[in-house]
Design a protein around this ligand. Sequence first.
Ligand SMILES: [Zn+2]
Length: 255
Amino acid sequence: MTAAPDSPLATLWCPAPNREPRRNGLKPDMLLLHYTGMDSAEAALDWLTRQESGVSCHYLIDEDGRIAQLVPESERAWHAGQSRWSGETDLNSCSIGIEIHNPGHDFDYPDFPETEMQAVEALCLDILSRHAIPPQRVLAHSDVAPGRKRDPGEKFDWQRLARAGIGLWVPPAPLEGDAGLGPGDEGEAVAALQRGLLEFGYGVEVTTTYGTGLEKVVEAFQRHFRPARIDGRADSSTIETLNRLLTAHRGFPVA
Ligand SMILES: [Zn+2]
C-alpha cells in the first residue's frame, strides 16, 4: 500500500481493506462513476472502509467537494459488482471507481451541488491525465449493471463533464412523441437496436425480441444519454441519440 494518495486533489487518505491486485495484469482503462446512495458522506466513508461491507472504491467525493482516496489506483477496488461492458465482466480489474455522495433515488435524489461537481470534474481530469482511458469508457454504474443499478442517475451532469473533455456525450435528439419499440416487439428493427447497443458496449444479446433485459438496457442508456424520458422504450429520439453516439464512438480508437 502506498503511503500517499495518487491524486494531489485528495485531501484525505483513508485506506480501505477491500482491495487486491488487479487480475490478469489489467491496467485501468475505464472510469466508473457512482453515487453513494447513503444518508451522508461520513456514513459512506465508514461503510466503504469496512471489511464486512464487501465493497470499496478508489475515491469518495462529498457534497462540499472534499476528495478522499481509499484504494491506490494500481489496485483493484470492489465497486462494480456483477457487471458487463464490451463483453468484459471483471470491470473492477480494469476500472477506477469514484463514489460521489448523493443519497440517491431511494432518498428523494437531490441535485448534485455545484461544489461537488467541480470536484468530480477536477478529479476525473486528474485521473485521465495518468491513465489511457478512452472517452467512451467513462461510464455510469448503471451502464454496466442495467436493471441492478441506477447510479449516478439522470440528474448527473454528463454534458458538463464532456465540455471539460471527460467522456463521450452528444446532444440528445428531441422527443418526438412516438411510442417506438418496446417490450413484446419483435423483428429486424429490434435486432438493429440490439446491435447498436452492443456495438456501443452495453451487455445485450441480439435476439430480435424486445425482452425485459433489453428494456433495462434502454433505460440505462436513457438515464445517461437521453434523460428527458426514462421509460425503457426505444422511441425515435432514443434511436437517433444512439446513432449519433455510435457515429462519435467510431471516431475514437477502440480501447
Ligand atoms: Zn454504484
